[in-house]
Ligand binder design. Structure first.
Ligand SMILES: [Zn+2]
Length: 538
């Protein structure tokens, strides 16, 4: 016994069976009733929203011998031959596999012949965005002067790929995502007709998972029924078959994270593990969920980018209200790191739990920068303590050093073991470099455009061979100032000012670190040398 997929078996044959596209159906029916039929239509919208189905019903309606109220009668010879796919009046073309100029030329030759029966030849070109440029141009010629007995219906999921010249010649219809309610109602109807018992919750879950596509919903339903043939299809069965975690779980998880309820969060993980859910996929899905939340939070008109049904969107909007943007960014960062780690990890569950606890406990992780800062603060305290200990009674200088803290340079007499890692400035700085450092800010002011802007944030240090290191705070600045012609400009200005050539090296501060961690601060060092001289003299 052959099995017909649900979506084929129950494909609507009349306008009134098409669900969720009322605005389009009404307009098309009115056109047929008023006999104001266009010659080119563009149907766009996500997959499975009824574009080709409506196109076929429309083809029947315009050819029907006894149309009633803009709908095909379904019983006349034309209606029946179109339904059976034997009519010469309806030509379906899949542009994905027939996208060349020749395919369209063929159509152009064909359209010169009047239909032998019925009123209209209807060309339905599916996935029309796949046509080549040449094919579009060939099609355009036909669209410009179509014979009165020809109708083109172009269907696409990607309207932005259609040339404007084509768009401007078509009546444009947007097929909406179908709501969960509409999909669920339709599935219930079909399940009654098929005499299959399905839990309401199961139907709703499938409707939700299909995300606006009736065809996807029916395919998913098919899969689930096949798995539990002859039994009542439950919600749990459906999750089992689809191997999925309900987005409701993500919603629950998120709400518990926001209120920092660690036990409840871990309970959820326990449940998911017991159900045998794939944790790597879970991390990826949850990251996407957070990403969607971020989009909702940061923009008002995000529906097109977001690709979720309006019900899911409403839920996302509600949750977006509950959470701050920077928290979301932190969550996303932690979870995308986790996704990377999970791929090769053995203890997936532990990693997942740790990540979730991190989300619940900001004090534990905060941002990376803050954390680094905290460590630095502690390091500095420890270092000062250690260095100070053996040198007690060293005098008031010590107190000064404690107050200012170390900024990457080590004053004489302070080279305790704890200070070894700190970058240092050699005792003798070449005079020409000293001259440049003294004049650097005013030299930098003479550079052009963006270089000047970035140099304002630059710090100076001393490189190998006594090169002057110009350290930019980020990669962007370093790449601009470091451009060969920009570097040359700076070197030339230096030469003009101090009368000597000084080689410049452009560097950048590593991500997540401070200038002082890697570089000795040449400007501050020179200031301090001058100050010390004064102090000694005084
Ligand atoms: Zn008919």
């Amino acid at each position: 016994m052959s099995y017909t997929a649900l979506y084929r078996k129950f494909r609507p044959t009349a306008f009134e069976d098409v669900k969720g596209q009322d605005h389009i159906i009404t307009t098309l029916q009115n056109q047929i009733k008023a006999n104001r039929i266009g010659h080119a239509y563009l149907f766009c919208g996500t997959r499975g929203t009824g574009k080709t189905t409506v196109a076929k019903i429309f083809a029947k309606a315009v050819n029907c011998e006894h149309p009633a109220d803009g709908s095909p009668c379904g019983v006349c010879a034309m209606c029946r031959s179109i339904a059976a796919g034997t009519s010469m009046n309806v030509i379906e073309i899949d542009a994905a596999s027939n996208n060349g100029v020749d395919n369209i030329r063929e159509i152009r030759e064909e359209v010169t012949y009047r239909p032998t029966e019925g009123n209209y030849k209807v060309y339905i070109i599916d996935e029309v965005h796949m046509l080549s440029i040449g094919a579009f141009n060939a099609l355009l010629k036909t669209l410009e002067e179509p014979p009165e007995y020809v109708i083109f219906i172009l269907a696409t999921t990607e309207v932005h790929k259609i040339p404007i010249t084509i768009l401007s010649r078509c009546q444009h219809y947007d097929f909406k995502r179908i709501t969960i309610d509409t999909i669920a109602d339709r599935m219930k109807e079909l399940m009654e007709a098929e005499r299959v018992n399905v839990e309401d919750k199961a139907i709703r879950y499938i409707a939700k998972a299909a995300d606006g596509s009736m065809r996807d919903a029916l395919s998913l339903l098919d899969q689930c029924i096949a798995f539990y043939l002859g039994q009542t299809l439950t919600y749990d069965n459906v999750l089992e078959v689809l191997g999925a975690v309900d987005t409701d779980v993500f919603s629950r998880l998120l709400r518990n994270i926001i209120v920092r309820d660690v036990p409840k969060v871990l309970d959820t993980v326990e449940d998911l593990v017991m159900q045998g859910r794939e944790l790597t996929q879970l991390a990826v899905d949850f990251t996407w969920y957070l990403r969607n939340l971020l989009l909702v939070k940061t923009s008002d008109s995000i529906e097109d980018v977001l690709d979720v049904s309006s019900e899911n969107l409403a839920q996302l909007r509600e949750e977006a209200q509950m959470i701050e943007t920077d928290m979301l960014l932190r969550y996303i960062r932690i979870f995308s790191e986790l996704s990377g780690q999970l791929k090769y990890a053995v203890q997936k569950r532990v990693l997942l739990e740790v990540a979730l606890i991190k989300l619940c406990t900001p004090a534990m992780e905060v941002t990376q920068d803050t954390l680094l800062d905290r460590i630095r603060a502690i390091e500095e305290k420890v270092e000062n303590g250690l260095a100070a200990a053996p040198q007690t009674g060293c005098g008031p200088d010590m107190g000064n050093a404690m107050q200012t803290g170390y900024q990457g340079w080590a004053p004489a007499g302070m080279t305790g073991s704890a200070l070894k890692k700190k970058p240092e400035i050699p005792a003798a700085i070449p005079e020409d470099v000293q001259e440049v450092v003294k004049n650097f800010r005013s030299i930098a002011d003479e550079t052009s455009g963006p270089v000047r802007t970035y140099l304002k944030k630059a710090r100076l240090s001393l490189g190998g061979d006594n090169r002057l290191m110009v350290v930019l705070p980020d990669a962007m600045g370093a790449s601009i100032v470091g451009r060969e012609d920009h570097k040359e400009e700076l070197e030339n200005l230096i030469e003009q000012r101090i009368g000597k050539k000084v080689e410049v090296e452009i560097r950048q501060v590593e991500d997540g670190r401070r200038f002082e961690d890697t570089f000795a601060d040449l400007e501050r060092h020179m200031e301090s040398v001058i100050n010390m001289e004064i102090t000694v003299e005084g």
